[in-house]
Design a protein around this ligand. Structure first.
Ligand SMILES: C[S@@+](CC[C@H](N)C(=O)[O-])C[C@H]1O[C@@H](n2cnc3c(N)ncnc32)[C@H](O)[C@@H]1O
Length: 440
């Protein structure tokens, strides 16, 4: 349906792919933008539009529903996405003139649904401009869910865990873009100087050493990036590897390693000492191939396909289980997944995690450690997994870091069973991570 180079058309194509094929936003946008030959500036606009629509989808639908005579359900998905795109621009983007947003939407509607579609979109958007938005008040999951555009069950989960005021802060944080967090694999001071010379603004992270929030108009076009001087990794993900605290000479296993962010970090932390023994596995052969390519040839690194629910007849000093999870701690970066997960899918993931933690624990030598982590905020996939594990495996105990271990101020992040990071509190992804030690 694309006219050459239109950010709004690429946004519309992207939204369709995300809805219809359950594609990830970033990948769907990348392929739609390439097909249309979109320049980087318009790519930025397309990203802003699509992530905005996916973040605000429920609130936009709440606004559109009363204006649609036949209701949301009976509206063709392509027309609905045209309407959402326009409603997002009208409601959330000051710099887009209303007339342009409406005009473009009518043109798009004509492309996807003919003259009838164009008339409908025109009428609905004119009505929308004349009706002020009304939002539900109060602390019920439904009211909070509509106001901050999350499904009821996720709003309820946030309310349960954090109480009304903080739950709203968390859900509001999910609707803002995440910072670009990077770390320097070698010589942070020199890297910072180079990046600054290339026009970047760096803000040091509060917790992870040698990490910054990076602002730059095109960070991946810098020579610093081309030379591998920095790697992108959320601060919470970095802290998981610091919690593992790999030491030169350790036998290490990263049991769910693809795409390889944490394995790469382990390599970076231990390579200098020249004694790496790391096994990186994942269940999916294609992912393991790409993982091996990403990590490159490193002495002491082994990659293999392995299902972490199955036993592995080996012994390690340190094991990292960065388990497959609902990913609800990453909603700032992946706005679409809030509409995909369900309480049932969380329960399924938790059941698999409970098996994996036991299999991984079996490979830890006496005195060795196991780090369990998930990039999500459900109790079921985090503390509940660890609590149940510790109940039936008394040979393991919690081994939380002392306040300044590794030069990191762990205190503010620690809860009774491990580390809890939050987008709204710490400007990091929402992770749960903990360290367990097998008694000697
Ligand atoms: C949270 S991601 C890991 C991210 C990775 N540690 C990193 O830092 O880049 C979870 C990974 O587990 C993998 N996975 C899913 N089911 C698995 C299983 N049964 N056994 C092993 N890996 C599995 C997925 O392919 C996915 O790559």
């Amino acid at each position: 349906v694309s006219r050459p180079g239109s950010a709004r058309d690429v946004a519309l194509d992207t939204l369709r792919a995300v809805d219809a094929r359950e594609a990830f936003l970033q990948q769907a946008l990348e392929s739609a933008a390439q097909k249309a030959g979109l320049d980087p500036r318009d790519r930025g606009l397309a990203l802003e539009l699509t992530s905005g629509v996916l973040r605000q989808q429920r609130r936009l639908d709440h606004r559109l529903a009363p204006l649609l005579r036949r209701g949301l359900e009976a509206t063709a998905p392509a027309v609905l996405n045209v309407l959402r795109l326009a409603a997002y621009q009208l409601g959330f983007m000051d710099r887009v003139p209303a007339r342009a947003a409406v005009h473009e939407a009518v043109v798009q509607a004509r492309m996807v649904a003919g003259e009838g579609g164009a008339r409908l979109v025109n009428a609905v958007l004119r009505a929308l401009q004349q009706t002020p938005e009304t939002l539900p008040e109060g602390d019920t999951p439904e009211a909070v869910g509509v106001r901050l555009s999350h499904p009821d069950w996720l709003a309820a989960l946030a309310l349960d865990r954090l109480g009304p005021a903080e739950a709203e802060a968390l859900l509001a944080a999910h609707n803002r873009p995440a910072p670009l967090t990077v770390r320097a694999p070698v010589d942070p001071a020199a890297t910072a100087a180079r990046l600054t010379a290339e026009g970047a603004t760096l803000t040091p992270c509060v917790f992870a050493p040698g990490a910054w929030h990076l602002e730059h108009r095109a960070p991946f076009a810098t020579t610093a990036f081309a030379e591998g001087l920095f790697r992108v990794q959320d601060e919470a993900a970095q802290l998981v590897v610091h919690l593992l605290a790999p030491q030169p000479g350790d036998r290490l296993w990263d049991a769910c390693a693809a795409p390889g962010g944490k394995s790469q970090h382990i390599v970076d932390l231990t390579r200098a000492a020249g004694r790496l023994a790391l096994l990186s596995t994942d269940a999916h052969p294609g992912k393991v191939r790409r993982l091996a390519e990403t990590l490159g040839r490193v002495t002491g690194l082994e990659t293999a396909v392995h299902d972490a629910r199955e036993p592995l007849e080996r012994t390690f000093d340190r094991v990292l289980l960065d388990a497959p999870c609902s990913g609800l701690g990453t909603l700032r970066r992946h706005p679409e997944i809030r509409w995909r997960r369900t309480p049932e899918s969380v329960a399924e993931l938790a059941a698999a995690q409970a098996v994996m933690i036991r299999r991984c624990a079996d490979t830890v030598r006496p005195g060795g450690t196991l780090v369990y982590s998930v990039c999500t905020i459900t109790e079921a996939e985090g503390p509940a997994i660890v609590e149940a594990f510790l109940r039936d495996r008394p040979e393991f105990g919690l081994d939380l870091p002392s306040p300044g271990e590794g030069g990191i101020d762990w205190g503010p992040l620690l809860g009774p069973l491990g580390l809890f990071t939050w987008p709204h509190r710490h400007d990091m992804d929402g992770f749960f991570a903990t360290r367990l030690r097998r008694k000697a």
